[in-house]
Ligand binder design. Structure first.
Ligand SMILES: [Zn+2]
Length: 178
């Protein structure tokens, strides 16, 4: 049986890991504002190789840039207010999630969002979008996660991440522990 092909969506922090795009079978999408963020990052000289890789991938059409439709951006604004992530998300973040939602609804491919941003993760979880972090080696082990209920704010066990709060029935979320 032929495998269903996958479309990957990359966030700024994924590009900044310097990941080799050819490790991914299938198209990679992002928004123009995410590429602007990569260019904007303070260490532009350090990112020179990454930008060269991005430009080469755009030329070979491995990497595709697309603006999301406004109705999907509106939807993300609404959902992120509900999850409490509205302020934590930049405009570029919201557009990226909007593009992910749009491609999930319109294409017949499996769409996976790659990001290391936990507010993006929260909104994707609310929308049932497949999410994957891609930490540079060693970074993930430095983050201690806390699982909590966004409604009653009670802290739950880390193993309960994919469960719902037994008091409120709301899907639990995670955030880095301070
Ligand atoms: Zn609760």
């Amino acid at each position: 049986m032929k495998k269903k092909s996958i479309t990957y969506i990359f966030d700024t922090n994924i590009f900044l890991t310097g990941i080799d795009f050819n490790l991914f079978e299938g198209d990679i999408f992002t928004t123009p504002s995410i590429i602007e963020e990569v260019k904007d990052c303070r260490y532009i000289e350090k990112n020179r190789n990454i930008l060269n890789k991005i430009n080469a991938a755009i030329e070979t059409k491995k990497l595709k840039l697309k603006f999301p439709e406004n109705k999907y951006i509106d939807k993300i604004k609404e959902i992120s207010k509900k999850t409490g992530d509205f302020k934590a998300l930049s405009d570029a973040d919201k557009k990226l999630i909007a593009l992910t939602l749009e491609l999930t609804e319109k294409s017949n491919k499996q769409v996976i969002m790659y990001s290391n941003d936990y507010s993006i993760e929260n909104v994707c979880s609310e929308l049932n979008i497949t999410f994957s972090p891609l930490y540079k080696e060693g970074i993930e082990s430095k983050i201690t996660w806390e699982v909590y209920c966004p409604y009653c704010k009670n802290i739950h066990k880390v193993e309960d991440l994919n469960k719902t709060c037994e008091i409120c029935g709301i899907k639990l979320r995670r955030r880095p522990k301070k």
